[in-house]
Design a protein around this ligand. Structure first.
Ligand SMILES: Cc1cc2nc3c(=O)[nH]c(=O)nc-3n(C[C@H](O)[C@H](O)[C@H](O)COP(=O)(O)O)c2cc1C
Length: 160
């Protein structure tokens, strides 16, 4: 089995639950991508034009992160999980991605959303995945996706 890392960002816990199931299936390490300054409920109120989420999105801001992955070079497969924000990956995911060398990694994206599909998320994120030419898969999963279904999906990317 390839060595897997499951790195995820989750603002309200939905993606976190899926990430734990993916990590269990892949027998991988779980890493939570946390902004240095956590998001408050007010920060996430996208209906308020002045909310932090909207300011970061419009300003294309890089988000300072709380921690980095140790032993990055040990991992063969990296699952990257996040909620869909504004039809794509949140800035915090782009900020995480550009800190690492993705050359030689199998990169797999998974997301949860309020109904949007994955759209052009993978293509857009590639600009931040230095050394990665294409992601192996990119999917939105429903919050209630069973662990068995996630496991079946995740294991495909971990076989030697
Ligand atoms: C700032 C912000 C932007 C969002 N944009 C979208 C969107 O474009 N499409 C969508 O279907 N859901 C959108 N959502 C909803 C989240 O994708 C959804 O609730 C997700 O499951 C939350 O995952 P989490 O609990 O791991 O943070 C948005 C949520 C926030 C806070």
């Amino acid at each position: 089995m390839k060595k897997a890392l499951v790195a995820y960002f989750s603002a309200s816990g939905t993606t976190a639950k899926l990430a734990a199931a993916v990590a269990a299936a892949a027998e991988g390490e779980l890493f939570e991508i946390r902004p240095l300054v956590p998001y408050s409920a007010a920060d996430l109120k996208w209906t308020n034009p002045l909310a932090r989420c909207n300011r970061e999105k419009i300003g294309k801001k890089t988000i300072p992160l709380a921690a980095s992955v140790e032993n990055w070079t040990d991992y063969d497969t990296v699952f990257l999980g996040f909620p869909i924000w504004y039809y794509g990956a949140p800035n915090v995911i782009e900020s995480f991605a550009k800190n690492y060398d993705w050359n030689g990694k199998t990169v797999v994206l998974f997301a949860t959303s309020g109904g949007s599909n994955i759209g052009k998320t993978a293509e857009k994120l590639l600009a931040f995945l230095n050394g990665c030419n294409a992601v192996a898969d990119a999917r939105v999963f429903g919050a209630e996706t069973s662990n068995d279904a996630l496991s079946l999906w995740a294991k495909r990317f971990c076989q030697e």
